[in-house]
Design a binder for this molecule. Sequence first.
Ligand code: FNR
Length: 347
Amino acid sequence: MTTDLLSPFKLNDSIELQNRVLMAPLTRCMSDDNLVPTQAMVDYYARRADAGLIISEATIIRPDSQGYPNTPGLFTSEQIQGWKKVTDAVHEKGGKMFAQLWHVGRVAHPHFFGGDVLAPSAIGVEGSVPRMRELTYVTPKAATIEDIQGLIADYAKAAENAIEAGFDGVEIHGANGYLIDQFLHFAANQREDQYGQTPENMSRFALEVVDAVVAVIGADKTALRLSPGAYFNMTESDGDKAVFDYLLPALETRNLAYLHVGIFDDSMRFASLGDKSASEYMRGAYKGTLVGVGSYSFESANQAIDNNQFDLIAIGRPFIANPDYISKVKNGETLTPYSDEMLAELI
Ligand code: FNR
């Protein structure tokens, strides 16, 4: 039987989505200089309210989380009020929206906040900040236990702020080589304390963040994005799979709203995951609701869900090019192809 991606899907007892097509989190670097969402962002998200769930662009939890210009925040009252306008507009049009909570860890840049760059270990990345190439990455400071406790508390505070801002829940950004992902991979985590060396220790930060967020807003409103295969600002190590083999069953017991694959192209296979794709590996190790993503068309996503590869699909670049993505696929209309030049403007 063919799954109808455009029919409703119950995430849990409190959240029902109008369809199975999510708008993927998409950083646009368009907030104002106080990292407050603008009216153009209100209109941009409202135009996409017919998605099953909009996941906001990654939103920083505190100043030292920032690694790109004009990425929005959720730590000042002005930012909370700015996001309230976005969520009100989305809700008015019948949509639902989660905030993606972000700390970039070692790819933060002091240019934005003027302090230490925190990471699991003092291992930097090569290169410079996208869109601001004159800013070369610095060697981070290995977070102390006190730093780690502060970070966990600030994820929980940002989740509380997200609910105050009217979001229906949060997706913790644990993917794509950022802070939480840095704890989960040997290439970035060489700690010798209770946060390093073994799968249980390396999973500890991710689980403590999840538990702190769940304690404040509830598991039904909490989701997590993960990249078990290292592919962005991170390199693969043989031991990575053992970390995720420990983490995924532990997450299953938390009854989260969903788990989301973090990848650009889900046809990519990882030697460190036993030559599997990220979604294939995650489906095998996790029994809860899984959101797939990564270069899928509506048709190929439908096929993948029919094949039980995941339960919901997130669509990224096609949603940048087509604010009316849902109505176009519903009516069988041709989609406008995405191109990188489209990032210059919020349509
Ligand atoms: C992204 N992606 C991304 N992922 C994330 O977790 N948080 C983010 O803020 C962003 N920002 C972002 C910006 C832009 C311009 C692109 C193209 C991508 C990744 C995104 O959510 C998705 O995983 C990929 O785009 C793959 O899906 P599509 O585009 O092939 O449907």
